[in-house]
Design a protein around this ligand. Sequence first.
Ligand code: GLY
Length: 382
Amino acid sequence: MVFAIYKNLSEKAAFSVRKTIFAVINMETDFMQQIILSEDLNTTLADAIARCGYDKLFVLADSTTARLCMPLVEACAPLREAHLIVIGATDEHKTLQTLSDVWTELGHNGGTRHSLMINLGGGMVTDLGGFAASTFKRGIKYINVPTTLLSMVDAAVGGKTGINFNGLKNEIGVFNPAQAVILDTAFLKTLDARNICSGYAEMLKHGLISTEAHWRELLEFDLRDIDYRRLQALVAESVAIKERIVKEDPFEKGIRKALNLGHTAGHAIESLALEQGRTQLHGYAVAWGLVCELYLSCKYTGFPKDKLRQTIDFIKSNYGVFTFDCKSYEQLYAFMTHDKKNTSGQINFTLLGDVGQIHINQTMGKEEIFDMLDFYRETMGC
Ligand code: GLY
């Protein structure tokens, strides 16, 4: 059953994506986050820090970003006085133990309710750091400086924070926006091809939920020979799409569920991969999840077959395939039943009637899900 349909979302409130700063404010909820497209990271970060006001400054990085990205903010004067907290890299460390370690470091190094934290890293750092900041002394301010494409276009933007718990991704967390999110695409050149592809899957999702023109330009982009100027413009457009949705529905009561496209199946594939010791980058799982959920869209909400085919071709050629056989169906289904987005035990999907035509709260039973998995295996050739 369709509870809500949002047509041609991006036409609802057009705004420029080329502006340097755009603030997202929801007057009813006070949910405010400043997104800054930076061309000069050190100056932009210093200005954002100065606007916050604080007594003690902390920087959270993981072992990789501490090594590769800290040097890029060396010239930011306020950071010279900051206390650096370094946590393990990768999602394995997005745990209660790491969170507790961060709280401990904040407490032992003069953190107060008026302190400020800078999260420098990918989605793991911005999610965990955002949660640590949101809970320490009942909440301190924080700024996100995302260093991966995935965190620039998704994780660091929109105020979702959290950690994994009991084997479930982002099981514990709060909605609480950063004071500012600073996007500097210079970091993109530090990323390998797989990490670019991973973030790009979220951009493709933003294309599918926005306009045909944006979806088409994303399919035309060559991920094997990256034009970084072009990528920068696409990132700006992608972030603007997410921000517009978050502004309308910061706490995911309605239209923000559009951002879950590809994620119900995608998270299940990601969890299966993890369980089988074949860990996949999040965006790859989202790309395969899009194959599954566009099939459901085609079957139940009228998504055009030719657009399904074009999107699948792009995904197959850039992301390859995650293989599984029918013995994994029960396990994939079980993972989907644990999804946070479900209500009353029903598995909840966001589907599309066309590019930009969003149908949230589409529930599916086991039979439909097994049929979707059959389609995935057939079409991806596994
Ligand atoms: N990653 C989806 C959202 O922020 O709502």
